[in-house]
Design a binder for this molecule. Sequence first.
Ligand code: NAD
Length: 298
Amino acid sequence: MSRIAFIGLGNMGMPMAINLKKAGHEVKAFDTVAAAMETAKAEGMNPAASAVEAVDDAEIIVTMLPNGPIVLKVFEEIVPVAAKGAVIIDCSTIDVASAKQAHAMAEAAGLLPLDAPVSGGTAGAVAGTLTFMIGGSNEAFRKATPVLDIMGGRLVHCGEGGSGQSAKICNNMLLAISMIGACEAFALAEKIGLSAEAAFDVISTSSGFCWSVNKYCPVPGIGPESPADNGYKPGFAAELMFKDLGLSQQAAEDAGQATPMGAHAMRLYETFLAEGGAGKDFSGIIEYLKNSARSEAS
Ligand code: NAD
């Protein structure tokens, strides 16, 4: 049994913390929202009055927060008071530069930091089957593994600090591009008289196959069940995809790397969000593409 501090009990953090508690660990939890603290208490966690109080004598600290500035603000509070040698795992999806800053801050204070963003969504968080993309030292990775194994189905140690975030944003940039591509193919198929069934049967077994078509088809009633079959209820919200595209474009800007398709995908998601896509799954962009005149969305 480890003493674990868990900070950030939102859609993802709460089920992750519940799984740690259910596995027999002592979980001291903190969130700024009172209702989350009530749930944490009801789930048998020890509620802390602040992030500082949560980390007190913790051996493992997990943060699951909205963005880079908030992660850095929380790190500034907790890093100076955390026990030396504690493992500090940030599971939030944040920009690579902030992740590296968080690593530097924690290392300077004698902590063992990891950036460990996840994929798998809230369903994966509840089921304990998240994929963790991890950056940090071998020692931190080894010490964190038993705890990450409870929350995750697959752990990938990507390299040094920040490389977990790098992996996450590269994957999600490609996912956005491939989803838009899949949506374009199905929209065009419909317009030129090819049934979605036939398009799916061919593409899913031909060179166009990809996760966006085969596993998460944006057309209702085609392929395995997906948000398209549920009125495009997320799933993975278009807002979160837009956020991740912003992180990829920031990293591309910092590195001086051309990512024209990533940049275009970000613009398309921005327009989709402004024109009815807010609150919808990211695959719902097919509706925007189908309703756009050829000159509008190019
Ligand atoms: P969320 O907004 O539901 O949860 C964030 C929680 O952090 C909230 O409960 C909020 O009150 C709390 N918080 C904010 N500031 C705080 C502070 N200073 N101290 C303590 N708590 C604070 O978000 P989420 O959906 O749980 O996502 C968390 C992270 O995981 C994000 O970075 C997101 O991009 C990433 N992510 C989300 C999904 C998903 O499907 N929701 C999937 C993969 C990754």
